[in-house]
Design a protein. Sequence first.
Length: 223
Amino acid sequence: MGSRLNVDYRDQRAIFDPDKFTWPVHVIGVGGIGSALLYPLVKLGVSQLHLWDHDAVEPHNIPAQLIYRPSDVGLNKVEAAMHFLERQEADCKVVQHEEYVTSETALEGVVFSCVDSMSSRSDIWEAVKYNPLVPFYLDGRIGGEQLQLLCVNPSNFDETEFYEKWLFPDSEGMELPCAARTVIHPAGVLANLMVAQLTLFLREEAYKLNLTAHLKAMQFAAA
């Protein structure tokens, strides 16, 4: 892809120094949230991305999933995402996984969960829980114009116990009217909050375990 020789990171090094960040990054689910994450991650200077998704781009994805174009319809999302990153000349090794993550998947590095079902989240969680090779786990959730971000060290007992309070069956999730399921701006807000938390993790500063936002009411909370 691109060349680091042509990129000068001097203006951001106090916030995120790519030379100090050596972990691979896994983006699991390259739909609304995951697709919005890719651009800021490569701009930060993340050098290795693993993209996980088994779905193809569909026409209804185009308005609300940031990187996809009408010409991408029918392509697997990770393939279309790869084409997007190539156009950015990103200095980043990208590994494509056209498959789902299961509880048995071997993961190493920072993991972003960007899936849309609790069953998928539970599988990802089983793959990262008490996994010493996963130092930071971020789980982004969207419902209409409401969003939530959970961030934990999956080897920290207290943080693990806190996160598991937010795992529940899909049947207990909030039902949304068909026309209120997704729109472009919540995913963009959430993706950038996830990247902000990643910069705190790298600097070994305190990150928030639970961020929520109601964008229609412009209400934000952190714990």
